[in-house]
Design a protein around this ligand. Structure first.
Ligand code: ADP
Length: 431
């Protein structure tokens, strides 16, 4: 099509120049005639361009030309029409998306790279107490004045959602999940988790109450069974009493673990203090050097400890004690070859992002498919074997919760040559 326009344009110029030359020649001034033709063709071109300019600024009708200018005007017209159509479709889509976001029960809040609010839906007003007009453009931490949220926001690690008390309504708990998008914008999804929290608290209280109530009767039963073991009983009865004593001991340790776990679930990090790591590690290791797995009482473990003496940690000494005790006890119970004592290495080393504490053993290892589930409550790799070793399946859940309180995560590596349980206490908690 544009070739035709070019041909027409060139034809028009040629005709005008030819007419000018012919007229000039007939008067004896061919060059002047050619020049006059050039001027005329330029004037026509300028007139058309002027019309195109006015039309493109919406100040006049479209140029009536069948040459290049007319062709350009036509192309521009078509493009504008297509563009308008696309804009209309996109506007409709945008409207539909905005309506969808507006009708969500979850709050959606968008902030720019510096943390200033650019958009939010109506649900945010209910969940966080924002007001539609006046709060637009404010900094997020000026409006969500919950210290827990500010800390989470400033830290910049949004891999896990945050639950916190809604700043404007007592008894309301909300969850915020931040995700980055575009260059440096962020979308914050806020949802009401009050009911879920209430059920979770009920569950924790129920477990804590039941465990607490079971503790006294179990202690009494255990005491009587222990007493009966000293009596001169017929051998079948003595065996039954021995088994009952063993099982009541298991139940007591299960109840203790449940109580411990529910305490960890409800505890905050408020009581964290600086304490020296070496005395804690050596006390736990010394205590467990005398511990042997059930049924193999003469096979006490060989435990080595590598830890510098002058390291201090910010945290709960009791919780760290429980973490080390659980990991080393597990290594003693499961991390050994049959009829051999466990060989365990407890190591504390400085790494890039903090202090790594690890417990390694030379046991048969854990099949890979179990590794992801080990920290679930009551999870055991081999139920029949492990129940004889006295485990409750709660040890690693306790470890996970205690480490959560210290900003650390349990890492488990295992092969048929042994297992390694490690975690890194972040640098800001280490001195
Ligand atoms: P338990 O109270 O039964 O010991 P844990 O939660 O401490 O429960 O451990 C869960 C399971 O993980 C154990 O039952 C055992 O199968 C496995 N496990 C833990 N530590 C080790 C280890 N060092 N070597 C092999 N298996 C292990």
């Amino acid at each position: 099509m544009h070739q035709v326009a070019w041909q027409r344009e060139l034809f028009r110029i040629a005709v005008i120049l030819g007419a000018g030359l012919a007229a000039g020649t007939s008067f004896g001034f061919p060059l002047w005639g050619l020049l006059a033709g050039l001027v005329v063709s330029q004037v026509i071109m300028l007139r058309n361009l002027g019309a195109l300019y006015r039309w493109s600024h919406k100040a006049g009708p479209a140029p009536q030309d069948n040459g290049l200018v007319g062709y350009s005007a036509d192309t521009m017209f078509r493009r504008e029409r297509d563009l308008n159509r696309t804009v209309k479709i996109q506007r409709r889509q945008l409207k539909r998306i905005s309506q969808g976001i507006e009708s969500l029960q979850d709050g959606v809040l968008i902030i720019d790279g510096s943390g200033y609010i650019t958009t939010f839906n109506r649900a945010v007003c209910h969940l966080l107490g924002l007001r539609t007009e006046s709060d637009m453009g404010q900094h997020i931490t000026n409006l969500i004045r919950a210290p827990k949220f500010t800390k989470y926001f400033d830290k910049g690690d949004y891999s896990q959602p945050l639950e916190f008390d809604a700043p404007h309504k007592s008894n309301m708990v909300v969850q915020a999940q931040i995700t980055g998008f575009g260059l440096d914008q962020k979308v914050i999804i806020v949802r009401d988790v009050t009911e879920r929290q209430r059920v979770e608290t009920m569950r924790q209280n129920f477990i804590a109450d039941v465990s607490h109530e079971l503790r006294t009767p179990l202690t009494v039963i255990s005491g009587y069974l222990e007493m009966m073991q000293d009596l001169d009983l017929p051998s079948p009865v003595a065996r039954a009493v021995g088994q009952m004593h063993g099982q009541s001991g298991r139940m007591r340790s299960l109840v203790d673990d449940l109580l411990h776990l529910s305490k960890l679930e409800s505890d905050s990090e408020m009581n964290h203090q600086w304490f020296s790591l070496f005395p804690l590690c050596s006390a736990v290791v010394d205590q467990l050097r005398a511990y042997a797995p059930a049924g193999d009482e003469n096979l006490t473990a060989k435990i080595s400890l590598h830890c510098e003496r002058d390291i201090s940690l910010l945290g709960s000494e009791d919780e760290l004690n429980s973490v080390l005790t659980n990991l080393i006890t597990n290594a003693i119970k499961y991390g050994r070859k049959p009829d051999q004592p466990a060989i365990i290495d407890v190591r504390v080393v400085q790494v890039n992002n903090g202090l790594e504490i690890s417990v390694s053993d030379k046991g048969p290892g854990i099949p890979a498919q179990h590794l992801a589930n080990l920290t679930e409550r009551f999870y055991r790799v081999d139920d029949s074997r492990e129940s004889t070793l006295g485990g409750s399946g709660l040890g690693l859940s306790i470890v996970k919760f205690a480490l959560d309180h210290h900003g650390a995560e349990l890492r488990i590596q295992s092969s048929p040559l042994g297992s390694r349980f490690s975690f890194v206490i972040p640098s800001e908690r280490v001195q």
